[in-house]
Design a protein around this ligand. Structure first.
Ligand code: PHE
Ligand code: FE
Length: 295
């Protein structure tokens, strides 16, 4: 973790950030308003009450261990003491989405970029770009889990490689992130549970992903996932289910280079499609699916 760090204010228009200049800022904790802290508390309380019946135990354990509900927006410096001791990860503050290579470089070095700013009170249910609540509450608790922590780092390294191979490889890898890190479900002895950050940070999708008859829930298969389009404007039409984090880590261990080659020759699967070879936990009714294009 000795990559040179620039600590300065990055422009907010997501402009060009050179690789290795990590583009991080100091979390401006003193600048949060009373309203900002209240937004955190409101969202935290809502999800904390809901999630015991929806999220996996590893996630819930992480939330407790960090003390994310101690009142107000957490200080990254405090979280990093816990995180560093547990898995050697570190949370770094950023202005917003980063260029792919910069993001991958952070992950490959066990740094997780978190947007320092939080949504406004009229945006509790929907936001088009990731804010502090999504990034921190959604992603960081699982970084305390050793297997998941290693998966995220491996993903960062894989990202660098995919980026060098080309845009199609990168698209395949991005789908893997989408359907695991952001929207993944996991089997438990209490039934299907959520581990994806995009779900646990959304009240509506937490309920929908587990309880709704509309979406498909299909067993995780690496190539299937990497070949499946996704929706960015609605709840997902398909969720992929892992048995445990070890399965995810093991399945993604092989070199993806030949897989990118194979996938380049096959056409992508639509977000809501079910294929003959799928291990179907639940075939979605498609009820309420919006028409419109997949990403
Ligand atoms: N094994 C992958 C590769 O060779 C890297 C990777 C690991 C990607 C874990 C995603 C998740 O590219
Ligand atoms: Fe995210």
């Amino acid at each position: 973790m000795d990559t040179p760090r620039r600590v300065e204010h990055q422009q907010t228009d997501r402009g060009y950030v050179p690789v290795y200049a990590t583009g991080t800022v100091e979390q401006p904790w003193e600048s949060y308003s009373k309203t900002d802290h209240e937004v955190w508390d409101t969202l935290y309380k809502r999800q904390r009450e809901l999630l015991p019946a929806y999220a996996c135990q590893e996630f819930l354990d992480g939330v407790e261990r960090f003390g994310l509900g101690d009142g107000g927006i957490p200080r990254f410096s405090e979280l990093n003491k816990v995180l560093g001791d547990a898995t050697g990860w570190e949370v770094v503050a950023v202005e917003g989405l980063l260029p792919d290579e910069v993001f991958f470089d952070h992950l490959a070095n066990r740094r997780f970029p978190v947007s320092w700013w939080i949504r406004k009170p009229d945006q509790l249910d929907y936001l088009s770009e990731p804010d502090l609540f999504h990034d921190l509450f959604g992603h960081v608790p699982l970084l305390l889990n050793p297997v998941f922590a290693d998966y995220m780092q491996a993903y960062g390294k894989g990202g660098m490689k995919a980026h060098a191979i080309g845009p199609e490889a990168l698209m395949n890898l991005t789908r893997l992130y989408w359907y695991t890190v952001e929207f993944g479900l996991i089997r438990t002895d209490k039934g299907l549970r959520i581990y994806g950050a995009g779900i646990v940070s959304s009240k509506g999708e937490s309920i929908y992903s587990i309880d709704s008859p509309a979406p498909n829930r299909i067993g995780f298969d690496l190539e299937r996932v990497m070949n499946t389009r996704y929706r960015i404007d609605t709840f997902q039409q398909t969720y992929f289910v892992i048995d445990d984090f070890a399965q995810l880590f093991d399945a993604t261990r092989p070199d993806f280079t030949p897989i990118y080659g194979t996938l380049a020759d096959s056409s992508a699967v639509a977000a809501g499609e079910v294929l003959p070879g799928d291990h179907v936990f639940h075939r979605g009714t498609r009820e309420g699916f919006a028409s419109g294009a997949d990403n």
